[in-house]
Design a binder for this molecule. Structure first.
Ligand code: TYD
Length: 132
């Protein structure tokens, strides 16, 4: 399964903690888009898609959630619960996010601008393509 948990550098002092994220250094791609998800609900599922070429890093900057990854052959469930760790997902991986803690906030860094045509949202089509 093509994913990686990346541990970020934390600068901690008496005032608190800071994590800098630099494109092509801490983050393995050029960041073209940033978005964040908040007001999440424990019973809802987000995602349910894969991308044709987009790579991204998902960070639970507050709270926690589960992310199910599926490459068409195997599935992996990951619990994201640290603001100093990012889940790096390359293109072609189906993802579903659920089991959000109340108030969980996700920060997402993406390698591409938003393009709805770049999504695969039909799971049976995804499985067919993945096993071709
Ligand atoms: P959606 O893809 O359903 O989010 P998730 O992957 O978390 O399930 O996106 C929700 C809405 O936001 C949808 O109408 C598309 C819009 N959107 C943008 O306009 N730009 C973006 O960068 C993203 C990620 C979503």
């Amino acid at each position: 399964m093509n994913y990686r948990l990346i541990k970020f550098n934390v600068f901690a002092d008496a005032r608190g903690k800071l994590v800098p994220l630099e494109a092509e250094k801490d983050i393995p791609f050029e960041i073209k888009r940033v978005y964040y998800i908040f007001d999440t609900l424990p019973d809802e599922t987000r995602g349910k898609h894969s991308h044709k070429k987009l790579q991204q890093i998902i960070i639970a900057i507050d709270g926690s959630c589960s992310i199910m990854l599926d490459n068409g052959k195997e599935r992996k469930k990951i619990r994201l619960n640290r603001p100093d760790e990012g889940l790096y997902i390359v293109e072609g991986i189906w993802r579903e996010m659920n089991e959000f803690s109340y108030g969980c906030k996700l920060l997402v860094l993406a390698s591409e601008h938003y393009d709805p045509d770049e999504y695969i949202r039909d799971h049976s089509k995804y499985i067919k393509d993945a096993n071709r």
